[in-house]
Ligand binder design. Structure first.
Ligand SMILES: C[S@@+](CC[C@H](N)C(=O)[O-])C[C@H]1O[C@@H](n2cnc3c(N)ncnc32)[C@H](O)[C@@H]1O
Length: 268
């Protein structure tokens, strides 16, 4: 594992990103709803293409202030293009490890991003510093080891998923980050830490089952080429995973549950 490997593997491939773009506070970060009110200032770390950030900006209104940061130039450009009509919503290309500003925020949120950082503690330290006294730090993330499918997905997808977790682990990413957040935040001196289970289950009867459960086919499409290039899986295995999994969704697939926790604390 090297810092360079972690940086390279964390990069989102340049492509239309349907996974990120369909997210809103309501469907993908609902733990924030209890904080969001008119006039709030919010920093969204690892904002991606800014879909959730835009949804936050709508809720804090023109008297609020929202800043999204992400190191990925392509995603930040997309975010800026879609943000032009929302008041006081800004995006900045920045890496949480090196980001600095004099601005302080009522709420600092970071969703599905620490899973891509080899040094989550350094990121948490920066984010804690950005919170105004009495404000909140809110982290939402996965434990990828606790995903469940019913029935088991096809073997080709299980193989891809295991390779994906190994590829991530070898870069220093914590596949079980959600369950380590309390310890990390406690080490930072945060107290009164609140934990909310935010696991997302999608069932066959749900109108969005085909879209939601397809997340892993999309990961195989978007991220898969990186795994092939790094030798974790062959191109044939990647394509087989997509085909067989799409077939599972249309036939045997009953449900998928991704395990997520929101871990939050008041700062100062
Ligand atoms: C899975 S996306 C999450 C996007 C959005 N927060 C959401 O929940 O839909 C992870 C994001 O983390 C960003 N990221 C990776 N390394 C980062 C770093 N060092 N600092 C800030 N963001 C980073 C990626 O560019 C990517 O946009």
């Amino acid at each position: 594992m090297s810092d360079q490997m972690a940086t390279e593997r964390a990069v989102m491939p340049v492509a239309h990103n349907p996974v990120l773009e369909r997210r809103t506070v309501e469907n993908a970060n609902r733990n924030l709803l209890k904080y969001l009110r008119l006039g709030l200032s919010v920093l969204d770390v690892g904002c991606g293409s800014g879909a959730i950030t835009r949804s936050i900006a709508e809720k804090v209104g023109p008297t609020g202030r929202v800043l999204g940061i992400d190191p990925n130039e392509n995603l930040i450009q997309q975010a800026i293009r879609h943000a032009d009509r929302v008041a006081d919503l800004g995006f900045q290309q920045a890496d949480v490890y090196t980001f600095d500003t004099d601005e302080r925020f009522d709420l600092v949120t970071c969703a599905r991003t620490l899973q891509w950082l080899a040094d989550p503690m350094a990121a948490l330290r920066t984010m804690k510093r950005m919170v105004k006294p009495g404000g909140y730090l809110s982290i939402l993330d996965f434990n990828h080891e606790k995903i469940s499918w019913h029935p088991e997905p096809p073997e080709a997808m299980s193989l891809f998923y295991a390779a994906f977790l190994n590829w991530r682990q070898d870069a220093g990413f914590d596949n079980a980050i959600a369950d380590h957040l309390v310890d990390l935040m406690t080490s930072l001196g945060l107290t009164e830490i609140q934990i909310e289970n935010q696991s997302e289950q999608s069932r066959k009867a749900d109108p969005t089952f085909a879209i939601d459960s397809r997340l892993w086919a999309e990961v195989a499409e978007l991220r898969g080429p990186q795994l092939v290039k790094a030798g974790y899986i062959t191109e044939d295995q990647r394509l087989q995973a997509i085909t067989d999994y799409d077939n599972w969704i249309q036939t045997a697939g009953e449900s998928m549950t991704v395990y997520m926790l929101a871990v939050e604390a008041r700062v100062g």
